[in-house]
Design a protein. Sequence first.
Length: 398
Amino acid sequence: MVNRFFRSAVMVCLLVAGGYLSVPAVAAATIDVSSARLGQHTDKTRFVMEMSAAPDYNVFLLADPYRIVIDLPELNWLADENSGRKKGLVENYRFGLFKKDTSRVVLDVDGPVKVLRTVVLPPSSGKPYRFFIDIQKTDDASFRRELATRREEQKNTQVAILAPEPPANNRKYTVVIDAGHGGIDPGAIGKSGVYEKKITLGVSKRIQSILAKDKKYNVIMTRDDDTFLSLRERVSIGRHASADLFVSIHADSISRPDFRGATVYTLSENASDDEAAELAKSENKSDLIAGVDMSVQDDTVQGILIDLAQRETMNFSVKFAEMIIPEIAKSGMKTRGRSHRFAGFRVLKAPDVPSVLVELGYLSNYDDEKILKSGNGQQRLAQAIVNAIDRYFETVDP
């Protein structure tokens, strides 16, 4: 398997490089949002949420593209999801669970802005609690100064990103199952409106359930609920657990409804074809969608003795990928020609953990979506992946 000395060395580098999450205050109970709206005033744009309780909150700015991010306690979003989301300086806004106990609202703005004020008003005149934020147009230099100031404040509340400790029993194999997308990032949307994040979590839980029955496996889920995780966090979980295998579960969507079938990807900066390159580009935008500060997302594999181990790791990844394809074919899901492909997915970039990304099928195709949505289809796919995992460890470590 992958050199354990190298794994220890790169873990030291990871800890030195550091990763952090800001820690917003957390309310005791979920807060209802009954209304959300935008207002355009003479010199400012206002975003308002009507809420059942006064929230704690954390506001910060992001550039490239320009965004305002508002982290809040977990919200029960009852507001009209079809109400207008473009007015004044705001081009669009989105909302969702960012991580456990934290919801996130992201405002996409059409240029550099400054935050004039953020206010929570108590109930009055028949209105519930109201949170509002006023923003005003500014120049890029001023925007970036404020961004830097707020980022420095965030760093004062850093916490290390930790995953469960690996077991002491060396005879166990640690397998990380990564359900793609989640929370504020829904992933692809199927023909019937189903979200990719729901499909990936369903299949991942079934894989976990099957593997947990075998004592030789220690199974770690990157997420077991509708929570957002950055790509860096997903990679870090696998590396911190000294995982023997990392399997990222996804489902694709494309403009051509006749395209169908499962595909398995392993890491390469040179994509095997245009479709693989386009898919990697789309998946790698997950952090951008959820309002993650990319300027502090140092690439996990930069500057840490990659060449010595990544060549070996990629060989193991390819070996496993080639075992998954025939198992999925047996499950009843179609597999495409050239079902094993290569692309630069950030989630596969742990240099010391064999990693694959499985695209279970196309949610944009009626037949694939029908399989992916059904309990029976998810169970067959989960069993197929487990069969490949069993074969892999029998082969690499008999």
